[in-house]
Design a protein around this ligand. Structure first.
Ligand SMILES: [Zn+2]
Length: 205
């Protein structure tokens, strides 16, 4: 999760757009400059549609009251899907990780999105994540197993361990994705078969 940002320093419109774009992940100053000039020359309707979509992203999207996935409604379509098993909850760091697990096509349970991972170095503690909400779900008694699908990184492992310690006393079975995933790899880059195998071979914590 991004911390506080410095206010935009550039005074010209061009400079401001460039500076803000340059703060996006994966966009350095050069790419930001290229995108800015692309937008400048693009049809007005296209650029306005983009601006409207960005506004709606922040105005209309909220977190699902159950799994914390961004959604336009109180409850997301995944949580409402009656064919999915609500007793099986897969915990992921980010919404994009949920998309990765979904693409593997081998998981028919529910999800819980933490919106980050514990990072003592960056000062990200449990209060910044949706851990309390996950515990509430577990306490409500509907959850039988929680699969920790945080990234196999030091921080992802630490987060999984921390959460499993909180869930264990609640009588919830906690499992971790099998190490089909190379250590240090990020879930986002795992291929579907790899992930399906990791889900299949998940083990007790
Ligand atoms: Zn949901």
């Amino acid at each position: 999760m991004a911390g506080r940002r410095e206010p935009v320093g550039a005074t010209t419109v061009l400079g401001r757009v460039q500076e803000m774009l340059g703060r996006l992940p994966g966009l350095g100053p050069k790419s930001a400059e290229r995108v800015t000039h692309y937008l400048l020359n693009a049809p007005r309707a296209d650029v306005m549609a983009l601006a409207d979509a960005l506004r709606e992203l922040k105005d209309r999207l909220r977190r699902c009251s159950t799994c914390c996935m961004p959604t336009e409604d109180e409850t997301c379509p995944t949580c409402l899907d009656p064919r999915r098993d609500p007793a099986l909850v897969c915990v992921v760091e980010q919404p994009r990780d949920q998309a990765v697990v979904e693409r593997s096509g081998s998981f028919r349970g529910h999800y819980h999105v933490l919106h980050g991972r514990l990072s003592p170095l960056e000062g990200i503690g449990a209060d910044r994540l949706t851990i309390d909400h996950l515990l509430e779900r577990a306490r409500a008694g509907q959850v039988r197993e929680v699969i920790m699908a945080t990234n196999p990184t030091l921080e992802g492992d630490g987060t999984a361990l921390f959460i499993s310690g909180l869930l264990a006393p609640l009588g919830v079975r906690v499992t971790r994705l099998a190490r089909g995933l190379p250590t240090g790899s990020v879930l986002e880059f795992a291929n579907s078969q790899m992930l399906a195998d990791a889900l299949e071979g998940r083990g007790a914590f």
